[in-house]
Ligand binder design. Sequence first.
Ligand code: PGA
Length: 249
Amino acid sequence: MRKPVMAGNWKMYKTPAETLAFFEKFRPLAGNAAHCEVVICPPFTNLFAAVEAAKGTAIRIGAQNIGWAKEGAFTGEVSGSMIQATGATHALVGHSERRQYFAESDETVLKRSQAALEIGLTPIVCVGERLDEREGGRTESVLTQQFQNGIAGLTEQQFARIVIAYEPVWAIGTGKTATPEIAADAHRVIRGLVRAKFGKGAGDAIRILYGGSVKPDNVKSLMAQPEIDGVLVGGASLDPAGFASIVNF
Ligand code: PGA
């Protein structure tokens, strides 16, 4: 059985003080959920505060990106060892907002994923098609391309330690959730690519999260799909009670 991962992506929201206030409320509601792994990804500047606030609970903390170099002249980047030193355990990689606004490519997604794995962090690697790609009937070819040019460059041992998030770009922050069936179809495509590249065992074991306008009132129907192994939640992860009800679906 694949243990669900319920992950929150805070994007560019919350100060350290707001982070502490979130955890005060969130911890008693979902701090020791045993049916799933809970991962919260605040901005870099809140990683320390979040790790401190999550101590003594099962909540894990992740970064929203990770530099591919160990260190060096890379203004604005944060390396894996820096992230790890805060006590964080995960890193999002290749989120569509990074691809859209900051020119992330499948190639940098691979390099960032490798950097995370080298230092022992779990990358949550994001893939997903844009609206024009879906409407043009290209969803499967886009997912295939993102997989082949990014994730497929990992070794089998590396692949065994990642999580994949399927986030259709048209569903992010728009209130337009993919139906559970549409999401499950895309997950089957991705799992098929995994089986073909890394074998049946890897395909059975890989956890594929769905992301895009997940809310307390639609999480249950999404999680009812056997293909969906968890969720990556943006807007609705900012509210402690709301995110707790998603975690405890
Ligand atoms: P959303 O964002 O839940 O606000 O749609 C999801 C994401 O970007 O990870």
